[in-house]
Design a protein around this ligand. Structure first.
Ligand code: MRU
Length: 335
């Protein structure tokens, strides 16, 4: 049976309408944005988040900037730089700008933003089909953060693999790392999977070693914010230790991502910019002080998993396996 997935953003009455993900799972509030500055704010505060979804939001932000074509060109750099790690954002802004028609700035950008959105969901569904083939008919999958429908135009990358497997009749039980500090796993992945009727168990991030070591996981599947040309993968902070643990315990570690997440201009993970977040997200999470005032805080939003720890990257046109420069170059050439 097809799964009824949530789509976190839509274009309606000349506005970008977003599901405010900072409020989940307690409240489902849709917000209406009518200017590019509000979209930048929504991206930076994670009302909309996940690499492909912020790409779509960035493309719609350009539409909102479109009085004249010059207005658009002026607004584009700030939109593209709203968050630095997910390459999909800069990619989508670049792609929309390439479609900008000076004679009809708004119309040309809106058509391209819709295309980016539709292609993203189609890519996720294709990723799902390729990835589902990697899962046994009864499987227990561990995931980190939220690389689901909420993080894309719809369907998701890592969770897309799970949805496709379930749609094919496989039995899948999911373990979701809660994903400190902002709890995208507990708040969003659990919400999304529960809504889809999929068995989900939330655990503290630090429980992953015990779970993997006791043979309770058949595969780890995560998303990505940027994949370097050599196959190194940036994803939510805490992904790298998971990959180390998975290798230690012989559990396959898969990354699911569209090719728009691959950055051919980034030779390796060392060049991927890592976003630093506010200290308050770590020590005042959700309004409660959890460390003494004045404590120094290390708050990277992402880490980099070296290619050698990734068993396969699942893209919309098939698998990158073994993960490395040659295979990445091959997958990028497929039409
Ligand atoms: O900070 P976030 O919530 O935007 O981080 C999201 C992730 O790390 C996702 O795994 C990644 O963007 C892939 S989403 C399909």
């Amino acid at each position: 049976m097809p799964i009824d997935v949530v789509r976190p953003l839509r274009w309606e009455d000349d506005a970008l309408v977003l599901l405010d993900q900072t409020l989940l799972p307690n409240e489902e509030r849709w917000i209406r944005l009518t200017d590019p500055a509000s979209v930048i704010e929504a991206i930076q505060s994670l009302r909309v988040r996940g690499a492909p979804a912020i790409g779509c939001a960035g493309a719609y932000a350009l539409v909102l900037a479109a009085g004249t074509a010059d207005d658009v060109r002026l607004a584009a750099p700030a939109i593209a730089a709203a968050r630095p790690t997910a390459v999909n954002l800069a990619w989508a802004v670049r792609r929309a700008l390439a479609a900008l028609d000076d004679a009809d700035p708004r119309g040309s950008l809106l058509a391209e933003a819709h295309r980016i959105r539709d292609e993203d969901e189609a890519s996720c569904r294709a990723i799902g089909r390729h990835g589902a083939a990697l899962l046994p008919s009864r499987s227990r999958v561990l995931t980190h953060c939220n690389a689901g429908s909420l993080a894309t135009a719809g369907y998701g990358t890592a969770l897309g693999v799970i949805y496709a497997a379930v749609e094919e009749g496989k039995q899948v039980a999911v373990f979701a790392d809660e994903t400190r500090p902002l709890l995208q796993g507990a708040r969003l992945t659990a919400w999304e999977l529960q809504r889809a009727g999929i068995d989900v168990t939330v655990q503290a991030d630090s429980a992953a070693g015990l779970l993997l070591g006791s043979g309770q996981v058949d595969a780890v599947v995560v998303g990505s914010d940027r994949i370097a040309a050599n196959g190194d993968v940036a994803n939510k902070i805490g992904t790298y230790p998971l990959a180390v643990l998975a290798r230690r315990h012989g559990v396959p570690f898969y990354v699911a991502a569209p090719r728009s997440t691959i950055d051919p201009d980034c030779p390796s993970g060392e060049q991927i910019p890592i976003e630093q977040r506010a200290a308050s997200e770590v020590i005042e999470g959700f309004g409660v002080n959890t460390a003494p005032a004045g404590t120094s805080v290390h708050a990277p939003a992402f880490d980099v998993t070296p290619a050698e720890l990734v068993d396969a990257i699942v893209t919309e046109v098939g698998l990158v396996r073994p993960v490395g420069g040659e295979e990445i170059a091959r997958i990028l050439k497929i039409r």
